[in-house]
Design a protein around this ligand. Structure first.
Ligand code: DAH
Length: 335
């Protein structure tokens, strides 16, 4: 009987070594460890062993049983840990992962905020859905002004008809900043503005502006111009130049149109050209009065630039619509 047990143990372990899959493993379990399995049979056979050999055979049988169970459990655990599904060739080249990147406008905005931040401008914010006070009246644009008509603005309908509109300029944030902060203050605001323009290569009904506002004692036109010069050089490089041309805006007096000499791409060749970027000027005393700031004590400058213009000129983009179509083939060029 002892010799038989040795043979049985070897047979069991050899057979386990040949088990190839989960079904074979289960069949093995039934055959060896099941209620009618081989081990059970050996236990029953123990009854017929002569009394004096029983202790030795019983001990050996227990060892064989323990060995087979241990080997089976180990095999089952390895099978459970093994990956399911077909084998994977880890050396095979992978499929390309479409890598995301910043949108060219987002990149331009980051650069502008970065430069202005280094110049001491904190970032201020305001809603895109505005009331007429912040978009017009507080900015010294009276009720009778032609720019307030429905043809030039996106007014909301319904209960708020004629009261709320999508802001047409980020100058609204000047008012919001001065309503909530006391001078001296130095803030910039970046955001979307909306105008009912027909879309073409240079017009879109939504675009972005960056606004700057500095209010302190004895701020002058010199501060404005030197700030814009610094901004241009930091943004476009040390060769950049600006020029101010007299103009009119209701919220600044005097007012100027801001041109920047920019390195623009024309047919793949860089060249320097004067590009009109926006407006600027000294904050009109009426604007200070509308937010309760004493114009006898405080002075300030403000500027507002179109961000699409900056981005298009800087990156040689000829059509504003390309910026909003989200065609990855176009955007990838600037990633
Ligand atoms: N808000 C003006 C526009 O949308 C731009 C502008 C002009 C902003 C002069 C200013 C400024 O802050 O001082 O056309």
């Amino acid at each position: 009987m002892l010799a038989e047990l040795d043979t049985m143990e070897r047979e069991a372990l050899d057979e386990l070594g040949a088990v190839a899959d989960a079904a074979a493993l289960e069949a093995y379990r039934v055959r060896w460890l099941g209620t009618n399995g081989r081990l059970r049979g050996a236990m029953d056979a123990l009854k017929t062993v002569p009394k004096e050999s029983k202790p030795a055979v019983g001990k050996r049988l227990n060892e064989v049983k323990a060995a087979i169970e241990a080997a089976f459990n180990a095999r089952r655990d390895t099978a459970a840990a093994a990956p399911k599904g077909p084998p994977v060739d880890v050396t095979e080249p992978g499929l390309p992962v479409g890598e995301g990147a910043r949108h060219v406008l987002a990149k331009t905005i980051d650069e502008i905020v970065d430069v202005l931040g280094r110049m001491g401008f904190a970032v201020a914010d305001g809603p895109e859905l505005e009331d007429e006070w912040h978009n017009f009246n507080a900015l010294n644009i009276p009720d009778s002004h032609p720019a307030r008509g429905p043809a030039d603005n996106f007014f909301l309908g319904g209960e708020v008809a004629g009261k709320l509109l999508l802001r047409t300029q980020t100058s609204t944030v000047q008012i919001r900043a001065m309503e909530t902060m006391k001078p001296p203050l130095k803030v910039c605001a970046i955001g979307r503005v909306y105008r009912p323009d027909a879309h073409d290569a240079t017009h879109y009904s939504m675009f972005h502006q960056v606004e700057g506002l500095y209010v302190d004692r004895r701020v002058s036109m010199v501060d404005l111009k030197s700030t814009l010069v610094q901004f241009a050089k930091a943004f476009f490089g040390p060769e950049a130049e600006i020029r101010l041309r007299p103009s009119f805006f209701p919220f600044t007096e005097p007012s100027a149109e801001l041109d920047m000499k920019m390195r623009v791409m024309r047919n793949g060749v860089p060249e320097w050209r004067w590009i009109e970027l926006g407006g600027c000027g000294m904050v009109d005393p009426n604007v200070f009065k509308s937010v309760g700031i004493d114009p006898e004590e405080w002075t300030g400058f403000a500027f507002g630039l179109g961000i699409e213009r900056v981005a298009m000129r800087k990156y040689g983009i000829g059509d504003i619509r390309l910026l909003f179509e989200n065609d990855a083939r176009f955007l990838r060029q600037f990633a």
